[in-house]
Design a protein around this ligand. Structure first.
Ligand SMILES: [Zn+2]
Length: 270
C-alpha cells in the first residue's frame, strides 16, 4: 500500500487528488494546504458553496474520505515553507512513496523539490498555463534532474529573481510574456487528469524522469496545433546549484529506488 504526500489543494490539486484516491493502492495521504475556500474559487474548484469560508484542507479531507473511506489522512494546515512547521512536515513526509506538487508559486515548488530530494521520493508536478492554453506535466525522480534543472532548461527564473519577472512557461525558448488569465475548469481538469496519470505511473513503479507539454489550444506564435504532445527532454544540469554534488549519492539513490520499485511492484497487489 502506498503513502502519497501532496502540497496544494487549489483547483488543480483538488482535482488531481480526487482522481488519485479512487486507486485503492493509495492507503495513506499527507496533505499540506493553508488556505480557505473563497467565493471566487467556486467556478474552478470541486468543492462547493457549502465549503466557502472553511479550510480547503478540512473540506478536502471530508470529500476524499467520502470517496475512499479506508484512507488514513494526515492533514497539515500550513504554508509549505513555514519555518516552525518544517519538523512536522519532514516527519510526515518521511518514508512516503510518492509526491504530488500542486502549487503555483515558484518558491514552494523549489522547497517541495528539496524535500522530495532529501527524502528520496519520486514526485509529479502539473502546471496549467495562463488562460488554460495548455499545461506541463513533470515527473521527477531521485537522482534525476530536479525542478531547478527543469527551470534552467525552460529558461525560468529562480525563486529569488521571480518577483518582478514573468516566466514564459508556454514557450521555453521564446519571448512571449505570459499574462495571468484564469484557466477554464475544463483546462484545469484536463491537465489534472494527465497529472494524475503521471502519478499513477509512479504507483505502477514506472519511475522515470519525464516532462511534456500539452497544448490545449492553437495559439498563434506559441502552439501551431492543439493536443499535440511536446516532449521536453530535460537533462540534469551538472552545474545546478540545487542538485549538483548529489552525484556521489546516486548509487545510494539507485539502491533506494530499486528497493522502492520492489516494494511498489511486490506489495501492491489488489
Ligand atoms: Zn538540479
Amino acid at each position: 500500500m502506498a503513502h502519497l504526500v501532496q502540497v496544494g489543494l487549489g483547483s488543480g490539486g483538488m482535482s488531481v487528488i480526487d482522481m488519485l484516491v479512487r486507486d485503492i493502492r493509495i492507503s495513506k495521504l499527507t496533505l499540506i494546504e493553508p488556505d480557505i475556500l473563497k467565493p471566487h474559487n467556486l467556478s474552478r474548484h470541486l468543492l462547493g458553496s457549502d465549503s466557502v469560508g472553511n479550510s480547503k484542507l478540512l473540506s478536502a479531507v471530508k470529500w476524499l474520505k467520502d470517496r475512499n473511506r479506508n484512507l488514513e489522512i494526515i492533514s497539515i494546515d500550513a504554508f509549505l515553507q513555514e519555518p516552525e512547521k518544517q519538523a512536522q512536515i519532514n516527519n510526515a513526509i518521511k518514508g512516503a512513496d510518492l509526491g504530488v506538487c500542486a502549487v503555483d508559486n515558484e518558491e514552494a515548488k523549489y522547497h517541495w523539490c528539496s524535500l522530495m530530494r532529501h527524502h528520496c521520493i519520486p514526485w509529479t508536478l502539473g502546471e496549467v498555463l495562463s488562460g488554460g492554453i495548455g499545461g506541463f506535466i513533470h515527473t521527477f525522480v531521485p537522482g534525476g534532474p530536479c525542478y531547478a534543472c527543469a527551470c534552467t532548461y525552460l529558461k525560468r527564473e529562480g525563486p529569488k529573481e521571480s518577483k518582478d519577472s514573468k516566466p514564459d512557461y508556454s514557450h521555453p525558448s521564446g519571448q512571449v510574456e505570459e499574462a495571468r488569465i484564469p484557466a477554464s475548469f475544463a483546462s484545469i481538469q484536463t491537465i489534472a487528469a494527465l497529472h494524475a496519470l503521471a502519478t499513477i505511473d509512479l504507483l505502477d513503479a514506472k519511475i522515470k524522469s519525464y516532462s511534456f507539454l500539452l497544448p490545449l489550444q492553437k495559439v498563434d506564435g506559441i502552439f501551431s496545433e492543439s493536443l499535440k504532445k511536446i516532449v521536453v527532454n530535460i537533462s540534469k544540469n551538472e552545474s545546478c546549484l540545487f542538485c549538483r554534488g548529489e552525484v556521489k549519492v546516486v548509487n545510494d539513490v539507485d539502491d533506494l529506488l530499486q528497493k522502492k520499485l520492489k516494494e511498489l511492484s511486490g506489495g501492491l497487489g489488489s
